[in-house]
Design a protein around this ligand. Structure first.
Ligand SMILES: [Zn+2]
Length: 269
């Protein structure tokens, strides 16, 4: 494909005129290396909307085949996390440990179980998830545990810096919304790390750093992916959580699909 952008060119008599750039794009370019005009990657293959629609079209006719898996993973991990958070105050008191510490210990143990489907073998999205596959993929638990730990430590650092937690100092209240935005930003940038630690066998810290450099141009699209999934799962959780039977497997598939799109553009090289 050729570049549609315009660039200045000097004529023989020294005048500058606008000409069509016409540079041949590299296969996986996001921008023209001559004039800087964007290719259609960010509005096509790397667009959140396009990926979402592609995945939904394939997923919709077979969504009922995922129900048994959804019920399984909700009962074995998501529901436990929900209950753990809901009763965290009472539980922390009965174990006589700090509320924040209790909540995070619980998340550290339980969140990796929700990530296990990312340990399925490549192209796992082509066929409905099986519970037996989940048990095979449990061997990835330690990797997801370490990644969860890195996240928890980062969030702890933000809490200390933005609320004065542990330090016992008062901080400017403006830092509270700052903390919220940084958490959101962090999730947007680093979600592909869940697959990098498996597919490219990176350690969690390297994976997170890789995500940061790789997402220079795709940040907004990644944000739209996270935002769509967030809204979808909130709606899914309403009505007694029945929608989650659909939105949970869909979330795994969309994240995997978007990771593959990023990887195809060699952004993790
Ligand atoms: Zn160009």
């Amino acid at each position: 494909m050729k570049c549609n952008g315009m660039r200045k060119e000097k004529t023989k008599n020294g005048r500058k005129i606008d000409v069509r750039c016409n540079t041949e794009f590299d296969k996986h370019a996001l921008f023209c290396k001559v004039c800087g005009h964007s290719t259609d990657a960010l509005s096509g293959q790397l667009s959140a909307k396009v990926n979402y629609q592609d995945v939904w079209e394939k997923f919709k006719p077979i969504k009922s085949k995922y129900y048994s898996f959804s019920i399984f993973i909700i009962l074995t991990s998501f529901l436990l996390i929900g209950l753990g958070i809901f009763f965290s105050k009472d539980l922390a008191e009965s174990f006589k440990i700090d509320h924040y510490l209790f909540t995070n210990l619980m998340l550290l143990i339980l969140v990796p179980f929700t990530l296990i489907p990312f340990g399925f073998k490549e192209n796992f999205t082509n066929e409905p998830f099986k519970i037996s596959k989940y048990f095979q993929a449990l061997k990835s638990y330690p990797k997801f545990f370490l990644l969860t730990l890195v996240n928890i430590l980062f969030f702890l650092l933000l809490k200390i810096l933005c609320t004065g937690y542990i330090l016992g100092i008062t901080v400017d209240p403006i830092l509270h919304p700052v903390r919220f935005i940084l958490v959101l930003y962090w999730i947007t940038i680093t979600f592909p790390a869940i697959l990098l630690i498996i597919r490219k066998k990176m350690n969690p810290i390297k994976a997170v750093v890789k995500c940061y450099t790789a997402s220079a141009e795709t940040r907004w699209q990644q944000f739209f992916i996270v935002f769509r999934l967030f809204v979808m799962n909130i709606i899914g959780a309403a009505f007694a959580g029945l929608g989650l039977l659909v939105t949970i497997p869909f979330s795994y598939i969309l994240i995997e699909k978007y990771y593959q799109s990023l990887d195809e553009f060699e952004l993790f090289e």
